[in-house]
Design a protein around this ligand. Sequence first.
Ligand code: HEM
Length: 107
Amino acid sequence: MSFVAINVLTVPEPMRDVLEERFANRAGEVERMDGFEYFELLRPVTGQDSYLVYTRWQSEDAFRAWVNSPAFNQGHAQASADGPAASGSQIWTFQVVQHKAGAGSDA
Ligand code: HEM
């Protein structure tokens, strides 16, 4: 059963471009990890101030291994060096109960 970890980032309007720029230049380490399945950066459309960083893994252990790896620190180097673009963050985790990909999806 896959495991989903979502980082909910509160991003004030003036910092949105900074956040998206950082993700545009992200390290790309996460997709090299064992058990990695999927990543998406989700920009809010209907007025919320939270971006979602969606990750999906083969197992919770695979997610935990990434969080405790040097790849995680490398993947957050810009945020560490230049200060946070987000004013808050919260981690939501889920077990995938059902999944179906459409013909137009690469998932
Ligand atoms: C205090 C918590 C966190 C904050 C403020 C934060 C913010 C950021 C920022 C600004 C980046 C852009 C790249 C960079 O800064 O170098 C990034 C990368 C990323 N974050 Fe986080 N993050 C946090 C924790 C997490 C957690 C727990 C997850 C798991 C759901 C996550 C998922 C990701 C992923 C997948 C990337 C891309 C890494 C890569 O390309 O290798 N983040 N994060």
